[in-house]
Ligand binder design. Structure first.
Ligand code: SAM
Length: 191
């Protein structure tokens, strides 16, 4: 299975980044988005260049096609996305993913999905614009955890065994120790 095998086209928008303080969390949002099957990440202009550089470096080394892009106006971006896609906002205030059929509806979606994860405070308009306000349980935790659980449920765990074409290195799963092989490849990513 390759990273693009699922028919679901999923992208992540990270909003509410606080420079310096959120450097690590936003990097981890990107790493989780890529590793758990999203096709790209949209970031606000104030995100540090080093966050983007880390993500691009990981893509070059570990493969897969993952796009990282800056959006100048996230709210306008969400409004425009809705012309051709659906928006899922992950929030503890939303409908619980473990109840109801939202995740089944999303799995069957023919539209591309934009998954919005926030920071400290999410503007009210995001709740309003979202087609789905979805909670990964109704307790506060983290955007990194919320994104991982959401993508894992959406792809039903299959994203964990995908190939990442163009990788330079690959892990050989081992019961003990570390086995890594070098491959003669490169991957395409955009910024
Ligand atoms: N008040 C926030 C909320 O609406 O979920 C919690 C802020 S939390 C520090 C930052 C982000 O983590 C939120 O914007 C949301 O995307 C995500 N998050 C935290 N807990 C969540 C939960 N239980 N379900 C879904 N997303 C969650």
């Amino acid at each position: 299975m390759s990273t693009q095998d699922s028919n679901l086209e999923v992208y992540v928008l990270r909003i509410g980044h606080r420079p310096v303080r959120d450097h690590r969390v936003t990097t981890h949002v990107g790493l989780v988005a890529r590793a758990f099957g999203a096709r790209g990440l949209f970031l606000e202009e104030r995100v540090e260049k080093s966050v983007i550089e880390t993500l691009v470096r990981v893509c070059e080394t570990w493969g897969g096609e993952f796009k990282v892009e800056i959006v100048s106006d996230p709210l306008r971006f969400i409004r425009e996305w809705k012309r051709a896609g659906k928006v899922v906002h992950l929030t503890m205030y939303g409908l619980n993913i473990a109840e109801g059929n939202t995740i089944d509806l999303l799995r069957q979606s023919k539209d591309k999905l934009l998954v919005v994860v926030g920071g400290e405070k999410v503007p009210w308009e995001v709740y309003d614009l979202a087609d789905f306000n979805l909670a990964i349980g109704n307790q506060p935790h983290s955007e990194v955890a919320a994104l991982a659980v959401f993508l894992d449920r959406l792809f039903d765990g299959k994203e964990l065994i995908r190939d990442f074409p163009g990788a330079k290195i690959k892990i050989i799963p081992s019961p003990k120790g570390k086995r890594v092989v070098k491959l003669k490849n490169s991957c395409r990513n955009s910024l």
